[in-house]
Write a protein that binds this ligand. Structure first.
Ligand SMILES: Nc1ncnc2c1ncn2[C@@H]1O[C@H](COP(=O)(O)OP(=O)(O)O)[C@@H](O)[C@H]1O
Ligand SMILES: [Mg+2]
Length: 242
């Protein structure tokens, strides 16, 4: 098991947002966590990366095990630089006044393996030709979909081997969305990147992931291979429009 989340309870102030969730991911898998708005998807990702939001989620019980060791005490920057876990956050989180190329470069600052940076940059451009065409363009002039691709590119340039994606389909027109998901599939199949995908869009998530978990207000209520979840009557009724 690459990552194992065990009985995780998380609070904001006195309010518990995750009520003891457990799930795991094997190396090379694409696993999805689907759930409605407010279910606790972003909280789960932020607890793994401990990317400090204004009010950081606090773990009150349970553990997060990565490659056999608890990572709960690890400082956030080491989660990226030593564990190679990176988050492509919801929204964009890119530097609008910098070019595409500068944004990608900036993401590599903490990397030790500087020899591979140029190669990885070319790989991003190969996967996302839209970014290659716009490499000298200021990032704020990109479309929303292109900015989201850049956010994925940044997560990879920072050396990510386990990529956490927060609602990558959000706000995208279908053509761009499928283009992006195809690139993510190639990253998984050709580069061996492991992916944890959280999505409100259960339809695309279950098409794309190998396995899934359903998160409902801080609890996992169903799990299984994607094809099985997609046929589950309760999942269909609640998340796939019947
Ligand atoms: N910074 C925060 N402070 C307090 N409560 C929060 C914070 N972020 C999220 N929450 C609450 O935690 C719950 C889960 O939110 P979130 O993880 O953002 O859900 P999702 O990403 O599935 O939409 C919600 O009830 C939300 O209001
Ligand atoms: Mg969210």
């Amino acid at each position: 098991m690459l990552l194992s989340v065990r009985n995780l309870h998380v609070k904001y102030g006195n309010i518990e947002a995750l009520h003891g969730i457990s799930f795991d991911i094997d190396e090379g898998e694409i696993v999805t966590l689907i759930g409605a708005n407010g279910a606790g998807k972003s909280t789960t990702l932020h607890t793994i990366t401990r990317l400090p939001p204004p009010e950081a989620p606090r773990v009150t019980e349970g553990d997060i095990i990565y490659q056999g060791k608890s990572i709960l005490k690890m400082p956030p920057h080491k989660v990226v630089s030593e564990l190679h876990i990176t988050l492509a956050p919801e929204g964009r989180h890119i530097f609008g006044n910098l070019t595409v190329q500068e944004n990608l470069k900036l993401a590599t600052y903490a990397r030790q393996d500087t020899d591979n940076i140029a190669r990885d940059m070319e790989r991003i451009y190969d996967l996302f030709p839209r970014l290659a065409e716009r490499r000298k363009q200021r990032s704020e002039s990109l479309s929303g979909g292109e900015q989201q691709m850049l956010a994925v590119g940044r997560a990879l340039m920072s050396g990510g081997r386990l990529l956490l994606l927060d609602e990558p389909s959000m706000g995208l027109a279908p053509v761009i969305m499928y283009e992006k998901f195809r690139a993510l599939k190639r990253l998984n199949e050709e580069d061996g990147i492991t992916i944890l995908l959280v999505e409100q869009n259960a339809r695309i998530a279950l098409q794309f992931a190998h396995r899934g978990y359903v998160l409902n207000t801080g609890e996992i209520v169903a799990q299984g291979p994607s094809e099985q979840l997609a046929c589950d009557p309760d999942v269909k009724a609640a998340y796939l429009g019947g």
